[in-house]
Design a protein around this ligand. Structure first.
Ligand SMILES: *Cc1c(COP(=O)(O)O)cnc(C)c1O
Length: 357
């Protein structure tokens, strides 16, 4: 390889490995927190009709006005709070980091949590401080407060519910973190549709609180659309970093249409939430398997058997889930399954049963 690469690509980037997304092939796909349901045929037809009118020759509306209004209503963004859209919430994390990045500045999050917080901090040349969760994956408030005092973070990301653990942090602990934080706290509500808990209505109580959501886990992962709600003064700064046409024409039209029919998505997410309980009970009843409580559309569970072997066996039997054992530490022995259709969940349970037998 050329010395030019070692000369010019930053060491922090060279040390990274690219975010790996495995090919599901013919497998039942329960690895990525996707909604497994499609739309009724009439709805698909109406959507295609709407797409006919999309002006692909024009740049998209840079502020996505119509879609923003629809999202405000669908996500119950409080009056007076601003909204910024991103090409997935991943892009919003990146925009926030770019706006605060400077050498030595810190992004903080509990560990284990969403890997993008750490990766994006690294992309932006920032320090990342991960604060271990307790053994039951609850927030270790004392450890968080100590870390905040020691490494004052520009931004703290709190996934609520957390990924990959699935639990919801104690709301009072989250409030204590917001109060102690010298900078921003972003409450990442990617799994809002399954959680029945939110900080959205608390926006405005603290001038450093932002709430981030995405339509991905609700059933629109293919569109790439996330949103950030919070005080206008903060969002005006982030909006300077946002690339002008980050939400493309097809996404604007399609998301607007889907949210117009939000009842269909809500029925699907309600079904998934109910099926999560059935799946959780089945896992809890299986010897050698211990599921962690979940308020999301996935379940983290630990197996007594070798987790890598269980994962490989499931895959060989046509079921792809996520193996978290390689992450080690508190995730040793852990696997994560996304709640699928009832028949997919049954196929998974059967494959798991034979994997650990
Ligand atoms: C999936 C996920 C995201 C990313 O959502 P996109 O909008 O699809 O980029 C963000 N945060 C958490 C905690 C997630 O699990």
């Amino acid at each position: 390889m050329s010395d030019k690469i070692t000369d010019w690509i930053r060491p922090g980037i060279r040390a990274l490995s690219a975010y790996h997304v495995p090919d599901a092939g013919e497998c039942i796909k329960l690895d990525a927190m996707e909604n497994p349901y499609t739309w009724p045929e009439e709805m698909v037809d109406a959507w295609l009709q709407r797409l006919r009118g999309a002006a692909l020759n024009r740049y998209p509306d840079p502020a996505a006005h119509a879609l923003s209004e629809r999202l405000r209503e669908a996500m119950a963004v409080p009056e007076g709070q601003a909204l910024m859209l991103g090409n997935g919430s991943d892009e919003i994390i990146q925009i926030i980091a770019q706006a605060v990045a400077a050498p030595g500045r810190v992004i903080m999050a509990p560990e284990p949590s969403f890997v993008m917080y750490r990766m994006i901090a690294t992309f932006c040349g920032m320090e990342y401080v991960g604060v271990p969760l307790r053994e039951d994956f609850s927030l270790d408030l004392d450890a968080m407060l100590a870390a905040i005092a020691k490494h004052p973070p520009a931004v703290i990301f709190l996934a609520y519910p957390n990924n990959p653990t699935g639990n919801l942090f104690d709301a009072d602990d989250v409030r204590a973190v917001i109060e102690a934080a010298p900078g921003l706290v972003v409450v990442d509500e990617a799994y809002h549709a399954f959680a029945d808990a939110s900080f959205m209505l608390r926006l405005g109580e603290s001038d450093n609180l932002l709430v981030m959501r995405t339509v991905s886990k609700m059933g629109l992962a293919g569109l790439r659309l996330g949103l950030l709600a919070g005080p206008g003064a903060w969002l005006a700064e982030f909006d300077k970093v946002r690339l002008p046409y980050n939400i493309n024409v097809l996404t604007q039209v399609s998301a607007d249409f889907a949210l117009e029919n939000i009842g269909v998505l809500e029925a699907q997410t309600a079904q998934i939430t109910a099926d999560r309980e059935t799946l959780w009970q089945a896992l809890a009843a299986m010897p050698g398997v211990a599921p962690f409580p979940s308020r999301a559309n996935f379940i983290l569970f630990r197996v007594e058997a070798d987790a890598d072997t269980v994962f490989t066996s499931l895959k060989a039997n046509g079921v792809l889930i996520k193996n978290l054992n390689p992450a080690g530490g508190p995730l040793a022995g852990c696997l994560r399954v996304t709640v699928g259709r009832p028949e997919e969940n049954s196929a998974f349970l059967q494959a798991l049963h034979s994997a650990i037998a």
